[in-house]
Design a protein around this ligand. Structure first.
Ligand code: ATP
Ligand code: MG
Length: 380
């Protein structure tokens, strides 16, 4: 194999944004493959072609490509001249051991090639039947030989490896993700990355959670998520002083709600600084007390930008499955104490009222500026 052909979601990439999306995908691929051996990354007829060299290690390249969002699938391929005899000969190298049936599927992007796709399929199929014991079967074949006719030559391959799909990170803008150490928010962040957003993370910790162990856990989660985007930033915000101020005036049953409101007020400063466009949270409707419709309304009233909660309609089981798939589950279930469990009533309010909460809420404007300045920033 001398090339890797990378396919992306063509439907999503139609229209005038296409060149921009393709450029971002190529940049992200180049970033992901940094330090690995290959010759070049180029665009060709709605595909990205990675040209390999003698030192290229397909396994290593493949491992990285599997984490680049926007890739639907990719195939190791060989290139030959645009000559049907050479194509036939090369196709013999793509026969699978122990197979009985096969079929040929070609695509002619370069219309100057004299044979049309069905002719190529027939000629190559007949040739392989003559040279081997294999039989063509279109309905049910053991393997497929793919041939793509381009201006550069004919690419031949027989394997497709699945990518993650979605859109290339960076094409839809930046968002601020409120990340806890739990299961949900890492998955929510991934879902939004998959829609092309660069995700910047903000985590709040207090005196009890500031212990190395919690920071370490969050850092490990972000490290896993950082594999899916070219660059990643985490803000660790000290939340203890704010909580101490808030608990003075707030009914214990409403504390969680007021903590969450404060989180949005602080995160907004970072959103503006980073030129991001929305927040992301791991909320799932009615999963916990803070996630009733009433409480979501009161919490999100404090946010002046859209709040994206992609898991809002997901069951816990579905979320766990996704977290296992992206690799965050094992870290998410490690024990830790979330800052929000501090000074929380045993039976929190599930139907809070905005005017009631606002009446009790103290002015934390000054503290907000202070904690943003004190934030620890980690780049991955
Ligand atoms: P998760 O599994 O993400 O912790 P959860 O179901 O446990 O979610 P909550 O703990 O109530 O629900 O949190 C709801 C959302 O609020 C989280 O998904 C996250 O987006 C945000 N959040 C909670 N705690 C923090 C924190 N310490 N720092 C930043 N964001 C937080
Ligand atoms: Mg939680």
């Amino acid at each position: 194999m001398d090339h890797i052909i990378v396919k992306y979601g063509e439907i999503a990439l139609k229209g005038k944004n296409k060149p921009f999306f393709e450029k971002q995908l190529m940049d992200n691929i180049i970033h992901a493959l940094k330090g690995l051996e290959y010759n070049s990354v180029k665009k060709l007829y709605g595909r990205v072609i990675i040209k390999l060299n003698e030192k290229s290690d397909f396994e290593k390249l493949s491992e990285k490509l599997k984490k680049v969002l926007g890739i639907v699938h990719f195939s190791p391929a060989s290139i030959v001249d645009l000559d049907i005899e050479k194509i036939k000969q090369k196709s013999l190298e793509f026969i699978e051991k122990d197979a009985k049936t096969f079929h040929v599927k070609s695509r002619r992007s370069n219309k100057s090639f004299p044979l049309q796709s069905p002719d190529i399929n027939r000629e190559v199929g007949k040739f392989i039947e003559e040279k081997t014991n294999l039989e063509v079967n279109f309905e049910k074949s053991d393997f497929t030989i793919f041939i793509e006719i381009t201006e550069k030559g004919a690419f031949i391959y027989n394997k497709k490896f699945d990518g993650l799909g979605g859109l290339p990170v960076g094409v839809t803008g930046k968002v601020i993700s409120l990340i806890s150490g739990g299961i949900d928010s890492p998955v929510a962040s991934f879902q939004i990355m998959k829609r092309g957003c660069e995700v910047i993370f903000v985590h709040f910790h207090n005196l009890t959670t500031a212990k190395a162990i919690v920071k370490d856990k969050v850092k490990r989660l972000i490290e896993i998520l950082s594999q899916f985007q070219p660059k990643t930033k985490l803000y660790l915000i000290p939340f203890g002083d704010i909580q101490k101020e808030l608990v003075k005036t707030i009914d214990p049953r409403c504390r969680m709600i007021v903590y969450r409101r404060a989180m949005f007020k602080i995160a907004e400063k970072i959103l503006i600084k980073e030129n991001a466009k929305a927040f992301v949270t791991g909320d799932s409707l009615a999963q916990v007390a803070s996630q009733t419709l009433e409480n979501i309304q009161v919490i999100q009233e404090a946010a002046n930008y859209p709040v994206l909660s992609p898991l809002i309609g997901s069951d816990k089981e579905e979320i766990i499955e996704l977290s296992e798939k992206i690799g965050t589950y094992e870290t998410s279930i490690l024990p830790y104490s979330d800052c929000c469990s501090m000074f929380i009533a045993e039976h929190p309010e599930t139907r809070s009222k905005l005017e009631n909460v606002k009446k009790q809420e103290s002015d934390i404007t000054k503290l907000v500026d202070k904690v943003v300045k004190e934030a620890e920033i980690i780049n991955f």
